[in-house]
Write a protein of this length. Structure first.
Lengths: 358, 400
């Protein structure tokens, strides 16, 4: 690899014919297209099918073969819907809320290394940026909840803010453990440091005996950060009707959903980058059977990271359709009295491991 | 500014470094918010409205408002002859139509004093117990939804579907059966019914264990329900609670045992009450447990009925039905154990008419719901949802 790192995206950044930064625009559009396609196929259709099979039913079957066009039909319906803004709502906040929400989850895609040759923006503080920029979602949720002028929405928004802000702490500390093992916050470098002939053995999850602890902590905290079950209390449909997006319909609702699926992939990608080697192939080279070498490269890299992300999204769905929902205070208890102390413990242990052992 | 402490309601006292005390006239006391939960709300199980006074997430007061589904059942009864009332009782507790019919027929037969053929009695018990299982499945499934678990709900509905098709086969309807008639049945069960029923019982017994593993023993589920909405036994009795609600509070009270009707005295079954090991007695988890265990007991009852039921040879389900139902002047209170508790009918006859002079339904849900105000005081909103779910209300029966 070496010189080919970021080759394609570097070339794109410099591609500005006639002074128009066309390359940058295309570069930014790629994750957007990816989110849209993935949310349509795996996010909505996949979740419906997966939940259906878990629940002994068939899921969408009518539109197209095995219902594959169902999501398109849904989108068509959402586009046709009247764009309702409640009369007593704060119109500005109500309209801007879903936008901020989507921007928050979309901006983090800038630093996700999708392949050895592609990263939106190769920041040297990429991980820090990703953790930070996601917090913008909180503003969007609060704007949506407050602007709706609905008591349920307000409850959802307040719960959501408390939850996301709290869970950022164990999540960030857990990611720091990975960053400490790499010695860098650069996402592309973190990924590169995990490549090698033995495939998965180079992943940070298997590089230290305590890495599973931050891995687990981050996975749990990320569920809470993206409001997925069992931490979906901000949108707890049986308590708060639909939480902060109770009043939303039509495309605004669709944008909120897109943001949610975007965040789901984002946290799954981050966990795979920091602990599971990002775009590195998990297959090892066994003598002449150079599985790792064969399955490496820019396109294979994109395949691996997306597959790893999808795997974690599948686990998220699996949990969602299995577990009941925690209560607000139990959620906070879990965050502050269980996850945060354990995150600190894993932080110290990882530090000791990094300094003294290898 | 050094210290900040609140001095009484609505003001802050600030102690400066120099020692001066400044009292800021600032309103800090937060207002309580009225939150109207329902009549359109996902977890009020119909059109119940709860007007909650909330302080943040804490519900300080919750007042149930009823009547959105009121259909004048009792007034209708005064204008319809006795057999015509039976379909109305289906529409009271629409999740347990057979049980409601059963209760009404028990009451009228008490007034009429007719002899019921044994096979009729057994079939009645079978369909009533089947319907009890179906009703508990809905209760448990929707309770799971209230607590955020979606999958158990669909598992419950999948199994309920088998019961509904069995009952449909017997009566021709899926929910509003009009199958149990005064003095008999609309039809005998189909010839192959016992075999299919046996199949269902064998299929369903492991499924109750599966439900236990998936839901009842789930850590989060236990956390959400244990110790929530505790109702002491004496208060429960004072409120007039009955059924799984009362048994959840540790009182072994089941009308099938304590005021036996039909062939229940011949049948061997347990009345489950929580022992306080897995749950705290009287909490939401106890009530859920009682329902879960009762389903297995109902399966036992069905098994015994299948064994003891007389054969269908020369059997006419309508043989004992009086040609004209005109009871002697008098009044009667007949009751039966419904999935939700004691459903009783108080019927008054003037001895001349084929219509009752007065028919009053004692609805179990309505009585159980009356404790809502007591139960909800000082609970969190998610707990309020858990409590409503554990009461297992059917608004059709609450409002009648």
């Amino acid at each position: 690899m070496g010189s080919s790192i970021n080759a394609w995206s570097d070339w794109m950044t410099g591609f500005n014919p006639m002074g128009i930064p066309l390359g940058l625009i295309i570069l930014a559009a790629i994750p957007l297209v990816f989110i849209a396609v993935y949310a349509l196929t795996y996010g909505v259709y996949g979740e419906r099918k997966i939940s259906a099979f878990m629940q002994d039913r068939l899921g969408p079957m009518e539109v197209g073969y095995w219902g594959i066009l169902q999501t398109l039909a849904d989108i068509l319906k959402l586009i046709q819907k009247e764009d309702v803004v409640p009369t007593s709502a704060d119109k500005f906040l109500f309209v801007i809320g879903p936008g901020i929400l989507f921007v928050g989850s979309f901006l983090a895609f800038a630093v996700l290394p999708f392949s050895p040759a592609f990263i939106g923006a190769n920041l040297n503080v990429g991980l820090f940026y990703a953790i930070g920029i996601v917090s913008i979602e909180v503003v969007g949720i609060l704007a949506a909840g407050w602007g709706s002028n609905n008591k349920w929405s307000l409850y959802g928004a307040v719960r959501s803010v408390a939850q996301i802000v709290s869970y950022e702490i164990p999540a960030a500390i857990a990611l720091l453990c990975g960053a400490m093992m790499a010695g860098t916050l650069d996402m592309q470098k973190i990924t590169m440091l995990q490549s090698g002939d033995f495939g998965f053995a180079h992943f940070y999850l298997f590089q230290s005996p305590i890495a599973w602890l931050p891995f687990l902590i981050y996975f749990i905290a990320s569920l809470a950060e993206v409001n997925r079950a069992p931490f979906d209390i901000p949108e707890a449909e049986s308590e708060l009707v639909a939480g902060y997006f109770t009043e939303y319909s039509g495309m605004k609702f669709a944008v909120i959903f897109l943001a949610e699926y975007g965040s789901m992939f984002m946290v799954s990608a981050i966990i795979s980058i920091v602990f599971l080697g990002g775009w590195n192939s998990p297959l090892p080279n066994i003598g002449g059977l150079a599985l790792n070498t064969w399955t490496s490269g820019p396109s294979w890299g994109a395949f691996w990271i997306i597959m790893k992300g999808f795997f974690f999204i599948f686990v998220q769905m699996w949990l969602r359709w299995t577990l009941p929902r925690l209560r607000v205070d139990q959620l906070m208890y879990l965050c502050w009295k269980v996850l945060t102390p354990f995150a600190f413990v894993s932080f110290v242990l990882t530090a000791i491991w990094v300094i003294y052992v290898p | 500014m050094k210290e900040l402490d609140t001095a009484g309601q609505g003001s802050i006292r600030v102690t400066r470094k120099s020692g001066n005390v400044v009292v800021l006239e600032k309103d800090l006391a937060t207002e309580q918010m009225v939150l109207a939960m329902g009549p359109q709300h996902p977890s009020t199980h119909g059109v119940l409205k709860l007007e909650c006074l909330t302080d943040g997430e804490v519900v300080t007061e919750a007042e149930p408002y009823l009547g959105y589904l009121h259909r004048c059942f009792e007034k209708h009864c005064e204008n319809v002859d006795y057999p015509g009332i039976v379909p109305y009782t289906d529409r009271m507790d629409y999740l347990a139509g057979m049980n409601s019919e059963f209760a009404f027929c028990v009451a009228v037969e008490k007034l009429l004093d007719v002899e019921i053929p044994r096979r009729v009695e057994f079939i009645r018990v079978i369909v009533a117990e089947l319907n009890r299982i179906a009703s508990h499945l809905v209760a448990i499934g929707t309770y799971a939804i209230d607590l955020g678990a979606f999958t158990p709900f669909l598992f419950c509905f999948r199994d309920r579907e088998h019961i509904l098709s069995l009952l449909e086969w017997a009566s021709g309807a899926r929910m509003l059966y009009n199958y149990i008639w005064i003095g008999g049945l609309a039809y005998d069960v189909p010839a192959d019914f016992p075999r299919r029923l046996k199949e269902f019982v064998d299929y369903f017994r492991p499924k109750t264990r599966e439900l236990f593993k998936l839901l009842t023993e789930n850590e989060i589920f236990v956390k959400r329900t244990k110790g929530i909405g505790i109702m002491p036994a004496d208060v429960a009795i004072n409120y007039g609670w009955s059924g799984p609600m009362l048994r959840g509070s540790g009182v072994k009270w089941d009308l099938r045992r304590n005021d036996p009707y039909s062939v229940y005295p011949e049948l061997d079954f347990d009345v489950p009450v929580p022992d306080g090991k897995f749950s705290e007695i009287g909490d939401c988890l106890s009530r859920h447990l009682v329902r879960a265990i009762e389903m297995e007991e109902s399966l036992n009852i069905i098994d015994q009925c299948l064994e003891k039921m007389p054969s269908s040879e020369g059997f006419d389900p309508r043989a004992a039905i009086p040609k004209r139902i005109r009871p002697k002047a008098g009044e009667v209170y007949g009751r039966a154990e419904n999935p939700r508790g004691e459903l009783g009918f108080y019927i008054m006859s003037d001895g001349k008419s084929t219509k009752p002079l007065r028919c009053k339904a004692r609805s179990s849900c309505f009585v159980n719901l009356s404790a809502m105000k007591d139960l909800s005081r000082g609970q969190l909103i998610p707990d309020l949802v858990a409590i409503i779910g554990s009461i297992d209300i059917v608004l059709g029966e609450v409002d009648r």
